[in-house]
Design a protein around this ligand. Structure first.
Ligand code: CP
Ligand code: NVA
Length: 306
């Protein structure tokens, strides 16, 4: 059975740790693995805009001995003229892996169901699991471990990052607390899945409306934009709804001593995070952005061997 990486729970705790171990090795010795020697191509498809995902996958595929085949929405037949399943059947005979950033998560499931080569989700409306591998690598570099640490996620928790933080951090043996207005909590099914994983490792998942409660004892404080791609028409209403959820110095002071700040970027200073925090000494956002490269290379290498 071909392995795919569509959501955070597609890796067991042991497998996630294997991928992160590989990422640490590849970061030390960047050109040491060539699973795509040939060179083989890896398709990287974008239905939404991107900076980090585009650069890190293109660079990572080249580092691994392959050639990235970047396909922007609108330039292939997929979607309007040809089904996802027919597209998958064409790709699987030529490319080594398929990386896809899209809207509905169901599209990725259809692609994977029709592909004998690994399909990787580089962001859907529901999950951003590659980002979480990079975040966990950054946390491991800072604290030497993930097990037993606590992450607090503040802001829009009913989006891809909220879901991925809950499930990926639980898988890494962390406690996760979320603060969001009640209408922006993750779906019950996602909370239940994360809680079951966390509790099996002696950790907790907690939800609050008050950011100050969520950050108590947190080693890592994270946030994301209040207006995800595809939600632009709701911007004005969302900015009002999320006022009071900005991660600023006063909130960071309430977290554990030595707490660090993460943000997947792009960031909107003055909205979900203050300039003082994101540009200040607790912020690890540039390491986090670089770690997309190392974590995704590790993932592609790991999948190439399955
Ligand atoms: N964090 C992230 O996925 O960034 P891009 O949207 O720039 O790829
Ligand atoms: N939640 C954001 C993440 C961007 C990397 C979005 O989907 O736009």
């Amino acid at each position: 059975m071909t392995r795919h990486f569509l959501k955070d729970s597609d890796l067991s705790p042991k497998e996630q740790a294997e991928v992160l171990d590989l990422a640490i090795k590849l970061k030390k010795d960047r050109f040491s693995a060539k699973p795509f020697a040939g060179p083989q191509t890896v398709a990287v498809i974008f239905d939404k805009t991107s900076t980090r995902t585009r650069v890190s996958f293109a660079t990572g595929i080249a580092d691994l001995g392959g050639v990235p085949l970047i396909i922007d929405s609108g330039v292939s037949q997929m979607g309007a003229k040809e089904s996802i399943s027919d597209t998958a059947k064409v790709f699987e005979r030529q490319v080594a892996q398929i990386v896809w950033r899209t809207y509905a998560h169901s599209g990725l499931e259809e692609m994977a169901a029709n592909s004998r080569v690994p399909v990787i989700n580089s962001l859907s409306d529901d999950w951003h699991p590659c980002q979480l591998l990079a975040d966990l690598l950054t946390i491991r570099e800072k604290f030497g471990k993930t097990q037993g640490l606590k992450l607090a996620y503040i802001g829009d928790a009913n989006n891809n990052m909220g879901n991925s933080y809950l499930v990926a951090c639980a898988t890494a043996g962390m406690s996760v607390s979320i603060a969001a207005p009640k209408g922006f909590w993750p779906k019950e099914s996602v909370i239940a899945e994360a809680r079951a994983i966390a509790e099996s490792m002696g950790q907790r998942v907690e939800l609050f409306e008050d950011p100050a409660q969520a950050v108590q004892g947190a080693d890592v404080v994270a946030t994301d934009t209040w207006v995800s791609m595809g939600m632009e028409s709701e911007k004005e209403a969302r900015v009002k709804l999320f006022s009071g959820y900005t991660v600023d110095e006063a909130l960071m002071e309430k977290a554990a001593p030595g707490a660090v700040f993460l943000h997947c970027l792009p960031a909107y200073r003055g909205y979900e995070v203050s300039s003082e925090v994101i540009d200040g000494p607790r912020s690890l956002v540039w390491d986090e952005a670089e770690n997309r490269l190392h974590a995704q290379k590790a993932l592609m290498l790991w999948l190439s061997d399955k």
